[in-house]
Design a protein around this ligand. Structure first.
Ligand code: PLP
Length: 364
């Protein structure tokens, strides 16, 4: 069986050595030494100044929305994972959906600007599959209207634009370290911010708002992460270079193997200047019918790609009431398929998958 993804597991002895430290210290959570060490190493690896590790990516987004000060509309992408929309609703904001660019699959800034009005309190958009949003345009919009842009960078670990971390942009960026991500802490996430004040506020809010044993600064949540999770992160960070290299090879392998079907499938555009992390390999089929046929062919061979992202987030029973004219997102959602991609995928697995795709497309 070949799944769409597979968690990276380091050699168990490497994890064990950290677990022994935890046992000898008897310090399991609450900003322990391994968590502090991981935050430090992540800041260095990602080249960012402020980073707060939390329980998962979803909680980091909820925490940053809590800092906005007033409720209202949040302009957001319909082409993302459900978490991007659910945090908006969970925190009592109203999503306003902006359509996406048909090549990068990211929220379109020109259309986004047209949606801004007095009720707009923030913009929350995703670096889709790790491919950067048009940060230059979004930054200009943010400045012009004085509206913070929050980036859901769940897929964008290690991505750079013009040699700089993509995480330096916007009001904040949220990372997910879920087990299926290319860098993971089993469950986990981190929020990258850009001022000492905002970083301090997030660190208080992730710990119930504690500002001392019996003082509380503001409403908080339990967003802390544990020493066990931090240990997994520290071990995995030692392997990140080889994980990124093998994913690059596999990504390029797909491009070569599927090259002859280029007229029938579309690949996601990676703009110039981007150092990509090869986190996903989405293909766009010519129609939903072609997608379903291919999906079934792959499943018959015990290969499980994923319709990701599907459906468009503004087509759900609890979101369809919200504003958003997004034909491109609806169309792309119906035709997109993410192919299996993981650190130790073999050439023969990739050849098998590509062979089935080529055969399915040859009858189109
Ligand atoms: C785009 C996007 N945003 C947010 C999340 C939520 O991250 P987490 O699972 O760490 O809560 C995910 C998780 O897959 C995601 O893909």
């Amino acid at each position: 069986m070949i799944q769409v993804t597979k968690p990276f597991l380091p050699p168990i002895e490497e994890y064990e050595s950290y677990i022994r430290q935890i046992w000898s210290r008897n310090w399991l959570t609450n900003n322990g030494p391994l968590l502090i060490q991981l935050e430090q190493q992540l800041k260095e690896f990602l080249n960012v100044k402020y980073l707060s590790m939390m329980t998962n990516g979803t909680i980091t987004l909820q925490a940053i929305l809590k800092t906005l000060g007033r409720k209202g509309d949040i302009i957001t992408t319909p082409f993302s994972y459900i978490a991007t929309t659910s945090v908006i609703l969970w925190e009592g904001f109203t999503p306003v959906y902006v359509d996406i660019d048909p090549d990068t699959f990211n929220a379109d800034p020109d259309k986004g600007e047209q949606l801004i009005n007095d009720n707009t309190v923030a913009i929350l958009i995703t670096h889709c599959f790790g491919v950067p949003c048009d940060v230059e345009k979004w930054n200009a919009i943010s400045k012009k209207y004085n509206i913070p842009v929050i980036y859901d960078a769940a897929h964008a670990f290690g991505v750079k634009l013009n040699g700089e971390s993509i995480l330096i942009h916007g009001y904040a960026s949220s990372l997910s370290f879920h087990a299926t991500k290319l860098f993971h802490t089993i469950e986990g996430g981190a929020l990258v911010t850009h001022t000492a004040e905002l970083n301090h506020e997030i660190n208080l809010r992730r710990n119930f708002g504690h500002d001392g044993p019996d003082r509380f600064s503001s409403v908080g949540i339990n967003g802390k992460n544990s020493e066990m999770h931090a240990a997994m992160g520290l071990v995995n960070l030692n392997h990140i270079k080889s994980i990124l290299e093998s994913r690059k090879m596999q990504y390029e392998g797909y491009l070569t193997l599927l090259n002859q079907a280029k007229s029938k499938i579309q690949f996601q555009k990676i703009p110039t200047g981007v150092t990509y992390n090869y986190s996903y390999f989405p293909i766009l089929l010519s129609s939903e019918e072609a997608l379903l046929k291919l999906f079934n062919d792959l499943v018959k061979h015990d290969i499980f790609p994923r319709r990701y992202f599907y459906p468009s987030l503004n087509s759900l029973s609890f979101t369809s009431e919200f504003h958003g004219d997004t034909p491109i997102s609806k169309d792309i959602s119906s035709r997109v398929l993410c192919l299996p991609l993981f650190h130790d995928m073999t050439n023969s697995e990739q050849e098998l998958i590509s062979g089935i795709i080529l055969k399915a497309l040859s009858t189109e």
